[in-house]
Design a protein around this ligand. Structure first.
Ligand SMILES: Nc1ncnc2c1ncn2[C@@H]1O[C@H](COP(=O)(O)OP(=O)(O)O)[C@@H](O)[C@H]1O
Ligand SMILES: [Mg+2]
Length: 290
């Protein structure tokens, strides 16, 4: 049976390593409630220390997303299950080691299925509970939304590093008020953004990240697979893939097509997102949300 058929079968049965993730009540993040501690736009290539941004964690918690010290939320509970095998796979040593195993791409067939939601929650979950440093990279350069979702202002990032060889990763990366969480924003919007994502410079950067930070989990919020070609190029360079499937919205055809594009990667985890299966009956105080 091909990996597509296996995954599609799991998708139909909603079991195996397809993890259901409940739909959680969210409000819009408030931009006023967060602040940039060091003005990153003032940074230059001489930047010695990594700048820091402050995420308003209370606001994020109110949105139903994972924050430190809030262990009992529904999201925290569900992401524990999702991250376990990802972390194990990331750090296998010796013969079974996965090439670029610590590079984890979060993607989906189509826009709006929950890639950013899952990428941020996964990053926060691993950073706050597993004692691993996490680098969250916004690689959905055509529709970047990591910073906006965290309530942070736009900043230099991935695109700028790819375009300017004098810029180093550390020049665009931010520390956050979550000690073990770093962020690399998508950066300045660029009309050749999608080409840059599939460029040799991007491949080199991925190698550099994997080699320079072998102890870190690196999570990529990525473009969707079906409308674009860059996501599949990215996927071919990632150790592991989390594919988000929107419950009752993504068609089986779309899932199969998307899986076909990443078939060469043997480490694919499906997340069945916005599922109502557990929301109504959970012990965490969430009801049904349409
Ligand atoms: N499990 C979830 N529960 C509640 N809302 C969700 C969930 N996953 C995603 N969303 C919401 O769905 C919308 C699309 O999610 P987003 O992560 O931005 O999608 P994508 O990055 O795939 O385009 C956002 O408003 C997001 O907050
Ligand atoms: Mg997104």
């Amino acid at each position: 049976m091909s990996i597509i058929e296996k995954a599609a079968n799991r998708f139909e049965q909603t079991k195996g390593d397809l993890t259901p993730l409940s739909k959680i009540p969210l409000k819009s993040p408030s931009e006023q409630n967060s602040k940039i501690i060091n003005d990153h736009r003032a940074r230059n290539s001489d930047r010695k220390t990594i700048a820091q941004v402050e995420i308003n964690l209370a606001n994020l918690h109110q949105l139903g997303m994972i924050t430190p010290d809030q262990g009992k939320t529904l999201a925290a509970q569900e992401f524990r299950g999702i991250k376990r095998s990802l972390i194990q796979n990331a750090f296998i040593k010796g013969a079974g080691a996965i090439h670029h195993g610590n590079l984890i791409m979060v993607t989906s067939a189509l826009p709006q299925e929950g890639k950013t939601f899952c990428a941020i929650n996964l990053a926060m979950s691993i950073a706050t509970e597993m004692d691993h440093t996490v680098l969250l990279i916004d690689a959905d350069v055509a529709r970047p939304s990591v910073l906006r979702t965290l309530g942070l202002k736009s900043a230099v990032g991935l695109m700028d590093i790819l375009l300017d060889e004098k810029l180093d990763l550390a020049d665009a990366m931010f520390k956050t008020n979550v000690d073990t969480l770093r962020i690399l924003p998508a950066g300045t919007s660029h009309r050749h953004a999608t080409e840059l994502l599939t460029s040799q410079a991007m491949s080199s950067l991925l190698n550099e990240i994997a080699n320079r930070y072998p102890d870190r989990i690196v999570i990529f919020d990525s473009p969707p697979l079906l409308p674009t070609t860059e996501a599949r190029v990215l996927a071919s360079q990632m150790g592991q893939i989390v594919m988000v499937v929107e419950a009752e919205v993504t068609t089986q055809h779309a899932v199969k097509e998307a899986l076909r594009q990443i078939e060469t990667n043997p480490h694919i985890n499906l997340v069945y997102n916005k599922s109502k299966a557990f929301a109504g009956g959970s012990n965490y105080g969430y009801g049904y949300y349409d």
